[in-house]
Write a protein that binds this ligand. Structure first.
Ligand SMILES: [Zn+2]
Length: 330
């Protein structure tokens, strides 16, 4: 595909992510936010202690207090309560999807906040998988990439600055870029690819948070085998060739060698790490049980991620890290 580059730097935070020499830890942080279909929802997520599902009426208060501490970017996930889930995940593109409802509200309330939307079908499909199946029960590559691209376009039209496909379906970056180009939005929306996402045991708490666990089987036919360095590099190279603006490795702590490999192989793309739900819960519970001090160990993990080559760190610890960095400043 032709090299459209404006998408990579159309927002001030995207520009900071391309300036790795001067990029601060505060500007590197992305906070994942779960948006419930229930507008007044404010409920704790038991497997992710300290995290909450929020309705659009509660979002502004929470995000506003984080922005006052330096928050620059959020990664949005939708959680359905009453919208019907079907085999194609049609609800993801619906105007009633809580993410689509939240985007214009957040754009208006926080004009400088970078809005990233996780793009996937699993929270919206009846089977809880990240793609669409053929009638004989295997992933349908063409239908899957087109369904993913339609969701990405719906988020882009609702106001997302960045769309972040997390499905690991083949060739969905090109499908998304093609659709954005058709709609003349290619310069206004960046694509952050979950380019090396492994079939990890660390995702358990997230699936409860987003209510996206598969109803049968697992995701090993599309997420990467945890021990495969070669597939991680190939998948990332494929996404680079299809026009991805930002790359990602997920999870973080068990994959820092892959982060360094990818930074070395693709030094000209901003690289994100997702410190996933299981990593968060593990550190949280260990600190609760006096195994170590939470602040010291979290700063060690994010420092290690930076050292490995990450420009961007997506973490549920973002609120605490912002507070800790404020204390250092005082
Ligand atoms: Zn998914």
């Amino acid at each position: 595909m032709a090299d459209f580059l404006h998408s990579s730097y159309h927002h001030p935070i995207l520009r900071s992510w391309s300036n790795s020499a001067t990029l601060s830890l505060v500007d590197s942080l992305v906070y994942p936010v779960f948006i419930s279909e229930n507008n007044d929802c404010d409920e704790s997520i038991d497997p992710l202690p300290g995290q909450r599902r929020l309705g659009i009426n509660k979002l502004k208060g929470v995000i506003s207090s984080l922005i006052s501490k330096g928050l620059k970017s959020v990664l949005l996930f939708g959680v359905l309560t009453s919208l019907e889930k079907d085999e194609q995940g049609s609800a993801a593109s619906s105007d009633d999807n809580p993410v689509i409802k939240a985007l214009p509200i957040l754009r208006e309330a926080f004009p400088n906040l970078l809005l990233i939307c996780d793009v996937c079908l699993c929270a919206y499909t009846s089977h809880g998988h990240c793609g669409v199946f053929t009638s004989d029960g295997v992933i349908d590559p063409k239908e899957s990439m087109q369904a993913i691209a339609r969701v990405a376009l719906a988020y882009a039209k609702a106001g997302a600055h960045v769309v972040a496909p997390s499905d690991m379906m083949d060739c969905r970056i090109k499908a998304i870029k093609d659709l954005l180009q058709d709609e003349n939005m290619i310069n206004r929306v960046a694509v952050m690819s979950y380019s090396a996402k492994f079939a990890s045991s660390f995702y358990g708490p997230f699936r409860a948070a987003a209510q996206s666990a598969p109803s049968f089987g697992d995701r090993k036919a599309y997420q990467l085998p945890p021990m495969s360095r070669g597939l991680a590099i190939r998948a990332t190279g494929r996404d680079v060739s299809e026009g991805a603006d930002i790359l990602m490795v997920k999870p973080g702590m068990a994959y820092l060698d892959i982060v360094r490999d990818i930074k070395n192989a693709f030094p000209h793309h901003p690289l994100a790490i997702y410190q996933v739900s299981g990593e968060y819960a593990m550190l949280y519970h260990a600190a609760q049980n006096s195994v170590f001090d939470l602040q010291t160990v979290v700063m060690e993990t994010v420092g290690g991620m930076k050292r490995a080559g990450a420009d961007i760190i997506i973490t549920y610890f973002t609120p605490q890290i912002l507070s800790w960095l404020e204390e250092v400043k005082d």
